[in-house]
Design a protein around this ligand. Sequence first.
Ligand code: HEM
Length: 278
Amino acid sequence: MTQSPVRTEVLAALSDARLTVPEPDGGGPMAQFRRSVSRFSNGDRHAARRDEAVRALRPVDTGALRAAVRARLAAAPGHTDLMPALRTVPVAVLAEALGVPAGRSAEVAGLVAVIAPAYPPGAPPAATAAADDAVPELERLLGARTATLGCLLVQACEATAGLIAACLVLRTTPEEALRLDPPVRATARLTPDGTRVVLDLAAAGLPFGAGRRPCPGEEIALALAAGAAEALADRPVLDVAYGPDGPLRVPARLVIAQGRGRNIVGGHDDRCGTRQAG
Ligand code: HEM
């Protein structure tokens, strides 16, 4: 099969050493946190931080993650917004796998869910203000591991929640949901003269990126999403609402039934809108 031109172009850009990720500016705890992580660093600093993240993930048992998420979401309540649970339960399970004590993982996951909306470039000021309060709390809980674990958990939070939501709405596996409705739609790079280029990962069919900085959490994301999809497979989606289009596609709200049955909403055409159960 020949590669589509957009895939070839995006792959070339992701592999091009001259292109960099935009580095965070500004002050405050959230800006400092963003400056400390692999995701927003370049050059040697990126190599070292990425290495540390990959090393932290190596011992994680994906089968155990999958079973833990399945067990914790099996009794998820219906007729209420499921997104807070999808943003926090997989993160708490991952935090424990990375060595956070079980008694602290829910608090860590709650803070991560506050920090995640302020993590992408250009986040709204209200999200950054809330994250400025949450970052010192996360530092209190994670200590010297804040940059590495914080980066992994924050990276996991929204994208994994979006993938689980897509599995439920489309009633399909994580692999298929990534093909039909990937949660990370785009990323950005800077050319040497400072021009910002947006790379359309969704159109390129590269949901986890590629090239010089592919997602190191792919297998973990698939395991977390598979566990959640297994737990909630027969729970019909009653309502789903997406916010405005952006680099991430994660519902603002998702409501499932209490009991089992067929989906009421769903399908790939339900983009950016709300559909209520009839
Ligand atoms: C469905 C879930 C996920 C998707 C679709 C996803 C997608 C991506 C993509 C596209 C990138 C590259 C961004 C770029 O090149 O600019 C990335 C980077 C990253 N992801 Fe994921 N991700 C997911 C879940 C996770 C999870 C669960 C973890 C942690 C276990 C994780 C950790 C990271 C890290 C640390 C980076 C930065 C890598 C670096 O700095 O080189 N991601 N992810």
